[in-house]
Design a protein around this ligand. Structure first.
Ligand code: G4P
Length: 524
């Protein structure tokens, strides 16, 4: 059912290392989608470095990122959903989780810097999930790396094949434009931040004499040489390889100058996958199944500290979601209905009546949702693949006001439910360890616990190298957990986790218990 709606949906994320141009590209997509009239209208969701000491500023900036969390707009025959991801490294786990809710990804690379560290990590997640990727090499108006070297670097560092669909004619001050290999069209560069259409010139391949009248002799001969080489090496793009996440089509352009965006967006809506079947704990669920199901991939606190409600972001996976209809919250085994579900339009959110697979619905939540929760029309399955990763920094939560233990308990539970950090609790709640990927979260947690929950606390650093989820026989696990009792804690879903102090200690444990498998993500 709902096939025509599903066939329109293109749900994706734009990912990049900070500063490569993700915000600029998003804005240009909205401009082409007719959602905004002028460039500069989308505020950056970046949490800037200087903000680390200014907590309200962090919250404000996180607030902006709520507003731009999902941007939906119609484009040609498609219904495009862009899921935004935070740029700041300390919030990388937010990004990983958002990637579980998309069907494909556009990766932005800065042609000057090439493949940067955060890009490598994000791509690892895409590879793990076999998410199809299109690469946009940005800032071609700057003197960057050689395009052939960039392609090699992409293949080498990201462990994925690449296939250029456009090719640049020079770069930096000499940048003349791109040649579109798949439809033999020349797109000439003009520095212009507001134009909405490119100057396309159809030619009959690079050997067309027309080209000599358009570009100078040096550029023509270089382009002919390059294209001959590319066509020899890459041939035609095999769409199956793209959909299987083995090959990434590559475009060159300049987001700031609106250059190369049209062909990127047009190709994207043409080739990017529609919502696909997804694995659950019970079976694979297809988007065209008549009954609704979906999962929560992100939770965000309301910015007003006086109202502690939150917004849970639900990705619809099958059937049709409807306002005011009862749905089953599988973990809580309870029925819920939503009077004011939100749809996110580019600049605003609106109460919606229904949503289809691929769409993201914003649900007001008073503390019933955790990341990964599934809603269905009655069936008892949960969506798989919303992983927790081992944090990198661990601290113990120390209560500074025994009179406020309850508030602290509630606060840390709710804030970690939002996915801001991971909470590991030892038996009987005796000790609580909080794990994050960056220092910034501890500051945010401390501030929010004090201001929203009236609970004072301190975080004490602990020497813990990794949190490991374990699989093995019941007897082995029981034995190991007794042996390392002091280092066992339970995650948000009550699963035991080994908090290994050092890599050496973890290796010793692996040697001593060869039949237990230690995992650094919760999905294995
Ligand atoms: P991000 O979301 O990936 O972190 O990057 P963002 O779009 O904010 O872009 C980072 C910087 O790169 C911005 O400059 C932006 O204007 C610039 N930029 C984006 N695309 C291009 C491009 O095609 N060419 C050139 N030359 N620059 C580009 P900024 O100075 O940090 O910010 P702003 O003051 O210009 O907004």
């Amino acid at each position: 059912m709902y096939e025509s709606e599903i066939a329109k949906r293109k749900t994706f994320a734009i990912i990049s290392h900070p500063d490569a141009g993700k915000t600029t590209l998003t804005e240009k997509f909205l401009l082409f989608g007719g959602q905004i009239q002028t460039a500069g209208a989308v505020k950056s969701n970046k949490i800037t470095k200087t903000a680390a000491s200014d907590f309200m500023e962090i919250e404000k900036q996180r607030g902006i990122s709520v507003a731009t969390s999902v941007m939906t707009f119609p484009y040609k025959n498609s219904w495009v959903n862009i899921l935004d991801t935070p740029g700041h490294k300390d919030f990388a786990e937010d990004t990983y989780r958002t990637l579980t809710a998309v069907d494909s990804v556009i990766l932005v690379i800065d042609c000057v810097k090439g493949v940067e560290e955060q890009t490598e990590r994000l791509m690892e997640v895409c590879r793990m999930r076999k998410t199809p990727v299109i690469v946009f090499i940005n800032k071609m108006d700057r003197d960057g790396k050689d395009p052939f070297d960039l392609l090699d670097e992409l293949e080498e560092k990201l462990n994925i094949g690449v296939h250029p669909l456009s090719w640049p004619i020079n770069g930096g001050r000499d940048f003349k434009g791109v040649y579109l290999l798949h439809n033999q069209t020349l797109n000439l560069f003009e520095s212009n931040k507001t134009k909405k259409a490119d100057d396309m010139i159809k030619i009959d391949g690079v050997n067309d004499a027309k080209l000599d009248g358009i570009l100078n002799a040096k550029d023509v001969s270089k382009l002919r040489e390059d294209v001959e080489l590319i066509e020899g090496v890459y041939g035609d793009l095999d769409m199956d390889y793209y959909l299987d996440a083995q090959i990434a089509p590559v475009f060159f352009g300049s987001a700031l100058n609106n250059f190369g965006i049209q062909e990127l967006l047009d190709t994207f809506v043409e080739i990017a996958p529609n919502p696909l079947p997804r694995a659950t704990s019970l079976r694979e669920v297809a988007p065209n199944e008549p009954k609704f199901s979906g999962f929560v991939f992100k939770i965000h606190a309301n910015l007003d500290p006086k109202h502690r409600d939150r917004i849970a972001f639900l990705r619809v996976c099958s059937g049709k979601f409807e306002r005011n209809k009862n749905y089953k919250h599988v973990r809580l085994e309870k029925q819920f209905k939503f009077a004011n579900p939100y749809m996110f339009l580019a600049q605003s959110k609106e109460v919606m009546e229904d949503a289809y697979p691929g769409d993201v619905v914003g649900l007001y939540d008073t503390g019933n949702f955790k990341i990964g929760d599934t809603l269905t029309e009655g069936e008892n399955f949960t969506y798989k693949g919303i992983p927790s990763f081992s944090p990198e920094i661990f601290k113990e939560l120390i209560n500074l006001d025994p009179m406020k233990s309850k508030q602290l308990e509630k606060g840390i539970q709710q804030l970690t439910d939002e996915g801001l950090a991971s909470l590991f609790v030892q038996e009987m709640g005796s000790r609580k360890f909080v794990g994050t990927v960056g220092e910034l979260q501890f500051e945010v947690l401390q501030y929010r616990l004090e201001h929203e929950y009236n609970a004072k606390c301190r975080f004490e650093a602990r020497v813990i190298n990794k949190a490991c989820w374990m699989t093995g026989s019941e007897a082995d696990l029981k034995d190991f957990m007794k042996y390392r009792q002091n280092n066992i804690a339970y995650d948000k879903d009550g699963r035991p986790v080994f908090l290994a102090e050092t890599g050496y200690i973890l290796r010793t444990a692996i040697d001593k218990y060869p039949d237990i498998k230690f995992h650094t993500t919760s999905e294995h």
